[in-house]
Design a protein around this ligand. Structure first.
Ligand code: FES
Length: 150
């Protein structure tokens, strides 16, 4: 088998793994030990390999979260744009929680991540599967109001 075929198979396997992790997370709410084991079994991998991949990507959750997982980017571009710290502090004050915590109503969990691949449009944050860029406090207020159903 040619080297290129190995690389192609590896890419396909990785794509299947990422998709399977996404589906498992949708089913379980986060990547439980059982979810990791099931994905590993289905793809013929070890749970350790699956866990290692899952922990590399910020879109996967290792713990239960609120209905909306807010991931604030702390990467360099967002930091230089003057947004990261201000945005995080603003959200902490507004929601009354620190990174890793969930609001008492179970609606929002706050988390920090290193880069959301939106560096050209910083500051950025992701809420569940939606990416928000070029943020300012007014925009954050309107996003949170919308999620609260207001
Ligand atoms: S540094 Fe924030 S999106 Fe890349």
């Amino acid at each position: 088998m040619a080297v290129g075929q190995f690389a192609q198979q590896d890419l396909q396997r990785r794509a299947m793994l990422l998709t399977a992790l996404y589906i498992a997370q949708e089913q379980y709410g986060y990547l439980t030990k059982e979810a990791i084991e099931r994905v590993a079994e289905r793809l013929g991998m070890s749970p350790g390999e699956v866990f290692e991949t899952a922990s590399f990507y910020s879109m996967y959750r290792a713990k239960p979260t609120g209905r909306y997982l807010i991931q604030v980017c702390e990467g360099l571009s967002c930091h230089l744009a003057g947004g990261a710290e201000n945005l995080l502090e603003y959200l902490e004050n507004k929601l009354g929680i620190k990174p890793g915590e969930t609001t008492p109503d179970g609606l929002f969990t706050l988390q920090t991540v290193q880069c959301l691949a939106a560096c050209g449009n910083s500051p950025a944050m992701r809420i569940n599967d939606t990416l928000y860029t070029n943020l300012n406090f007014e925009r954050v207020d309107s996003i949170l109001d919308e999620l609260r159903g207001g």
